[in-house]
Design a protein around this ligand. Structure first.
Ligand code: AMP
Ligand code: GLY
Length: 443
């Protein structure tokens, strides 16, 4: 079969690395893809089913060019499309593909509101009794300002709509909260977005990423994972797109997984059905495990990045088989198989990230881009921001690479991943990475 992946990050590289192992797949396209993704066709670190040549091709169509994407999928007779980032889903790519009888993994526009609209998600949770932070919704500066006068701090302000990852502020005091309100309503830093806001209580606990595949009725949970969003060790510094992740999460045991499914996943799927927007695709509730149990911080309508990288290294089941079961509504009693142990992804970032960052630095120590099998089977380097300049591999994005390793347990996976990072392994000038990915979960 022919598969199309939409997106260009480490998440998409990891998905393609895994999809390319499926004996069912003859050809993979990625729009727009990245440099690492194209190396999959050369077999770097890839285990290929005997007799098959995986062939991955990047195509120059951007994720927001929905008409071009559907035209391409029709022309190439794509059998299955997987959407990486949320934006095309929020803009309705799944509806467009469905109208053209093209199978796609991702929710319809109406259902993708669960990520696209903070207000929609909070109202859904309130209506269907899904545990989440107490909240109130506002559409004017004055009402919001008046409300925070009487609140305890810290509290959290969330702007509605797509705010490029900057729409949430955990405010420590009234001054910070007022400044954020002014930025949203007066300076309009989110342009047309951010007209409505959610103000909610600040919850305490460890965050967990809980992803599942669902046809709207039945679902299969993936292993719980944990992202590390702050740029520096010990969760200090500004928020980023994710500095690393590991899976599974030792403190999320079977009992807690059952509780998450019962209190959060099932009511969310039933609620979406009742609201007339059955959810089909990957659902990713971002949770916080509080003293009173798991609560939802947000819902995402897609795979997490970088959590997908360790998950793909742990997944034993052919992921294309899972996607087919989702499309065919055969998820009831579907069981995923996982490798034993744990996996850790450490993201290497460019100097300055998440602010203005350096570009064009030469990357050393990668398995010759592109030579075969130079990495141990249990380690993969997923690309997110690289390019070739004058024949050399250089940095392009803020998040550059995600070194990902498996181990017989979390401690072992951590040891394995860090062996590959630094002057004796993968390295570029100005490189920054967290030294503590997964460490707080090691007992
Ligand atoms: P969100 O986009 O809603 O996930 O928010 C981004 C980040 O802000 C989360 O990953 C949390 O670290 C933090 N956050 C959001 N809501 C809350 C909350 N109610 N309490 C504590 N932290 C929060
Ligand atoms: N890892 C956070 C996200 O994918 O939204």
């Amino acid at each position: 079969m022919k598969v199309l992946i939409i997106g260009s990050g480490g998440r998409e590289h990891a998905l393609i690395w895994k999809i390319a192992m499926s004996p069912k797949v003859k050809k993979i396209y990625c729009a727009p893809g990245n440099l690492g993704i194209e190396t999959v066709k050369l077999g770097s670190g890839l285990k290929v089913a005997k007799g098959l040549t995986p062939f991955v091709e990047n195509i120059p169509i951007q994720v927001h060019e929905l008409d071009k994407l559907v035209k391409f999928a029709k022309e190439k007779k794509i059998d299955l499309t997987i959407v990486g980032p949320e934006a095309p889903l929020i803009f309705g790519i799944a509806d467009l593909f469905a109208r053209n009888n093209l199978p796609i993994i991702g929710p319809a526009k109406k259902a993708a509101q669960i990520e696209g609209s903070k207000v929609f998600a909070k109202e859904l949770m309130a209506k269907y009794g899904i545990p989440t932070a107490k909240f109130a919704v506002f559409d004017s500066f004055h009402k919001a300002k008046l409300y925070i006068e009487a609140q305890k701090f810290p509290l959290v302000i969330k702007a509605e709509g797509q705010c490029f990852g900057k729409g949430v502020s955990v405010c420590q005091n009234k001054k910070e909260a007022n400044k954020f309100l002014e930025n949203i309503f007066k300076k309009k830093i989110f342009d047309r977005e951010g007209k409505r806001i959610v103000i909610e209580e600040c919850l305490e606990g460890q965050e967990v990423s809980f992803m599942l595949a669902t046809d709207g009725k039945d679902f299969v949970s993936l292993l719980p994972s944990q992202d590390h969003k702050r740029v520096n060790d010990c969760d200090r510094g500004p928020n980023t797109g994710g500095m690393g992740a590991y899976a599974p999460v030792p403190f999320v045991d079977k009992k807690l997984i059952k509780r998450i499914e019962k209190e959060i996943v099932i009511p969310a799927l039933r609620g979406m059905q009742k609201e007339g927007c059955q959810y089909k695709g990957i659902l990713y509730p971002g949770l916080i495990i509080t003293r009173d149990g798991p609560k939802v911080l947000e819902f995402n309508c897609r795979f997490g990045d970088p959590e997908t990288q360790p998950l793909m290294m742990l997944l034993k089941t052919d992921i294309v088989d899972l996607f087919e079961a989702l499309v065919d509504k055969k998820l009831k009693n579907y069981k995923l198989k996982w490798y034993k142990g744990a996996a850790v992804c450490v993201v290497l970032t460019a100097k300055g990230y998440p602010g203005e960052y350096e570009k064009g630095k030469i990357i050393y120590g990668l398995p010759k881009p592109f030579a075969r099998g130079t990495l141990a089977k249990a380690v993969m380097v997923f690309h997110s921001g690289t390019k070739i300049l004058n024949g050399k591999l250089v940095t392009l994005g803020g998040r550059v690479l995600g070194v990902t390793a498996r181990g017989k347990n979390l401690k072992d996976a951590i040891k394995n991943v860090y062996k590959y990072i630094g002057k004796k392994g993968v390295y570029f000038p100005g490189m920054h990475y967290r030294k503590d990915i997964g460490k707080k979960a090691v007992v």
